[in-house]
Design a protein around this ligand. Structure first.
Ligand code: GCO
Ligand code: MG
Length: 402
């Protein structure tokens, strides 16, 4: 088999997605997600101008060799743009291999380790009462795990709180909108939120919370400690993690489980975190961490240290990434949970897929490949629109982490 073409498709059915379609001389094609929120066109150029020409004529079955060729061969290693481009190629090649084998991808990854993939949904409200109601909606839908975020008294807008509940989209502006942040107000408010949720729903649903890189290590330690009575499933992205050693300090002070890694690109970004057992869940995902090939390497490494997966699954990761992630989640021995922020009906129509939700779990389906396709004619009807994530400032105007 030979690769005959590699086409990059940009579409915006409510938000931007970049997709790579690799064609072969045997009429089998594969699809990979290459979406990098707010920096989409950089990956488009990387793929079109620098990767596609190198793929033509290669055997698509040589997945590992092509991965190494693109990673080592570029000389300039790692980084979100490079790794999203490599991920797209890798995902498309696994799709081709599984289609050629006439098997769902999870079979090639070792078969099922579990019946379904437990997912968590996003409950968010302007205040504690509204958040409690939103958590209730997810309980009704059968979710076993629910992330809870709430507006903070005294702050106009906060990360993770949206008007449209089920289809929340953070990349909401043509130029970045601005939020204001107060750590003091947040640290006072958040334990109250979880106390109220536990009082209402008891300890049955798993509860998760995303700090979105807002704290310093000692502040994160304090938050983790104050949330211990509410037994969270995890506290996510408590601090920025360029400095992996920060987590040593948090870990010394709290038994609240820790998750991090949605913005990591390689195993090197989490090596210390995993090896020193400073975290419990690694959030790297297919599109931003080098595809199935590299993410599987990270998860295998993590399994030795009792770290489980908690793959990122926000709306900016396309259904193609979700499909691929579900196959890996079904097979990985150390799967933990999969984030599931629902895509809009428009997005689902552009990306017909075999996966389905039922009673708190996603199932990848048994279609050969990863089970997600792209309707190119429909995709064309939604041209690219520039869209940015917000930025965040402290009350005195200084830039802070978003
Ligand atoms: C999450 C994330 C997202 C990100 C978004 C950025 O946990 O789902 O933090 O909401 O902010 O994916 O592109
Ligand atoms: Mg997050």
């Amino acid at each position: 088999m030979k690769i005959t073409d590699a086409k990059v498709i940009v579409t915006s059915p409510g938000r931007n997605f970049v997709t790579l379609k690799i064609m072969t001389d045997e009429c089998v094609y594969g699809i990979g997600d290459a979406t990098l929120n707010g920096r989409e066109l950089a990956v488009v150029s990387y793929l079109k101008d620098h990767v596609a020409p190198c793929l033509i004529g290669r055997d698509p079955h040589q997945i590992e060799d092509i991965w190494q060729y693109l990673y080592r061969g570029a000389y300039w290693r790692t980084g979100p743009v490079t790794m999203a481009a490599i991920a797209a190629v890798d995902t498309a090649l696994w799709d081709i291999k599984a289609k050629a084998a006439n098997m769902p991808l999870y079979q090639l990854l070792g078969g099922k380790s579990r019946a379904g993939v437990m997912v968590y949904g996003h409950a968010n409200g302007r205040d504690i009462d509204e958040t409690i109601d939103e958590v209730g909606k997810y309980v009704e839908l059968g979710y076993k795990a629910i992330r809870a975020q709430s507006g903070i008294p005294g702050l106009d807008s906060t990360y993770g709180v949206s008007a449209d509940k089920l289809f929340y989209e953070p990349a909401d502006a043509d130029l970045p909108s601005e939020n204001v942040w107060s750590t003091t107000k947040y640290l006072d408010h958040t334990p109250r939120l979880f106390e109220a949720i536990r009082n209402k729903y008891g300890f049955d649903p798993h509860l998760l919370h995303d700090v979105h890189h807002r704290l310093t290590p000692i502040e994160a330690a304090r938050l983790g400690k104050s949330l211990e009575p509410y037994r969270l499933f995890w506290m996510e992205d408590a601090v920025p993690a360029e400095n992996q050693e920060s987590f040593r300090l948090i870990r010394q002070h709290t038994t609240t489980p820790l998750a991090v890694g949605e913005i990591f690109n390689t195993i090197w970004d989490c090596r210390t975190l995993i090896q020193e057992q400073l975290i419990d869940y690694i959030r790297t995902t297919v599109v931003h961490a080098g595809g199935i090939t590299h993410l599987r390497r990270i998860l295998d490494f993590a399994s030795i240290y009792n770290v489980r997966s908690g793959c990122h699954g926000a709306t900016d990761l396309s259904p193609v990434c979700m499909g691929a992630s579900l196959h890996l989640g079904l097979s990985a021995p150390n799967f933990g949970v999969q984030e599931y922020m629902r895509h809009t009906p428009e997005t689902d129509e552009v990306f017909p897929h075999a996966y389905s939700y039922s009673d708190g779990y996603l199932y990848p389906g048994d279609t050969p490949g990863h089970g997600v396709d792209l309707d190119e004619a429909l995709a064309e009807k939604y041209p690219y629109r520039r869209a940015y994530l917000p930025v965040n400032r402290l009350e005195d105007g200084a830039m802070w982490n978003w």
